[in-house]
Design a protein around this ligand. Structure first.
Ligand SMILES: Cc1cc2nc3c(=O)[nH]c(=O)nc-3n(C[C@H](O)[C@H](O)[C@H](O)COP(=O)(O)OP(=O)(O)OC[C@H]3O[C@@H](n4cnc5c(N)ncnc54)[C@H](O)[C@@H]3O)c2cc1C
Length: 286
């Protein structure tokens, strides 16, 4: 093992190496983005701090009112967790849709968030659930930030050089949710557009309240008030009417007016919303 690889054994050691962290030193969790990015940029002179062995970053803690997901929890662990499926179905679905089985075995939720790709699949889910990010610095001090503020642009977050994410915190709720995506292939595909919807249901399968985030139509997931308003009172099982389809298209026009991709994204988003609504209907019947 070279000295360019550091695997701190406890928080004290981790804080020490974070204090000394320079521009050529990178945190690694699953490595599925980091290693590819370093290779793409032709960077061969680097050091890595491996946090993937920290048990405390690998647990999912279900408390009375909230769920604390360790930053190094992998997609496979999320996808297979029955409680996550119960409380945050969209996260199960997003984790399941990410990459191949091999990738999902390594890819972590913290890595997905910090990588802050436009097409990151868990990010719209974390935004829709108003998740908090717990961040630790080299002095073992903590700060909290909303995931939607933490990600500031493509590949950009508020993370400082001596900080890591320790966990992501989501409040428990009775909401039901769904995630849908479209890529250039049917499976193992990066999202061309993705979508998370979180719904509060009323009587007779009617939507009382909706939160909708669309990914890959802006530098970070975009919340759609237009679609949300249109869905209030919508009864699951009905098809989207022409007025609703127009509103969805208008939302995409507003988000990416100058992109050629807006034409197919308008059609694709109608399909994503329909898919999410039918997932929710299916879940309510289980
Ligand atoms: C073939 C392939 C297919 C893929 N398909 C998808 C897909 O469909 N959808 C999708 O969203 N992504 C996809 N990805 C991207 C990638 O797998 C995910 O973004 C993954 O969740 C990254 O997690 P990781 O643990 O591997 O991150 P790493 O590569 O270890 O790290 C990514 C970045 O985050 C930083 N980092 C990681 N953890 C922390 C932490 N706790 N605190 C601070 N910084 C941290 C690293 O320094 C690095 O900058 C794919 C990648 C590959 C190679």
């Amino acid at each position: 093992m070279s000295s360019n690889y550091i695997a701190p054994k406890n928080i004290e050691e981790l804080c020490m190496v974070l204090k000394d962290k320079d521009d050529r030193t990178h945190i690694i969790a699953g490595g599925t983005d980091l290693i590819i990015n370093l290779r793409k940029k032709g960077i061969i002179d680097y050091k890595i701090i491996d946090i993937s062995k920290f048990q405390r970053f690998k647990t999912i803690d279900f408390q009375e009112d909230r769920i604390i997901i360790g930053s190094c929890v992998t997609m496979i662990e999320l996808e297979n967790n029955e409680e996550i499926k119960k409380y945050i179905p969209a996260l199960t679905s997003a984790a399941y849709s990410l990459g191949s089985t091999q990738i999902r075995n390594k890819a972590t939720i913290g890595g997905n968030l910090v990588n802050a790709s436009q097409s990151g699949d868990t990010i719209p889910v974390l935004f829709a659930y108003d998740a908090d990010v717990r961040i630790m610095n080299s002095s073992n001090e903590y700060r909290y930030e909303k995931a939607s503020d933490f990600v500031s642009g493509i590949g950009q977050t508020s993370l400082r050089d001596d900080e890591i994410i320790t966990s992501i915190i989501i409040k428990k709720s009775d909401s039901i949710s769904a995630f849908s995506k479209i890529g250039s292939r049917k499976t193992v595909t990066i999202s061309k557009i993705n979508c998370c919807g979180k719904f509060d249901m009323g009587e007779e399968d009617r939507i009382n309240n909706a939160i909708i985030y669309l990914g890959a139509v802006g530098v970070k997931p975009v919340r759609s008030d237009l679609i949300e308003n249109e869905l209030i009172g919508f009864k699951l099982g009905q098809g989207l009417n022409d007025g609703m389809k127009k509103v969805i298209q208008l939302q995409i026009e507003n988000a990416i007016p100058n992109r050629n991709s807006k034409h197919y994204k308008k059609v694709a988003t109608i399909g994503l919303i329909e898919d999410m609504l039918s997932q929710v209907r299916g879940d309510l019947r289980i």
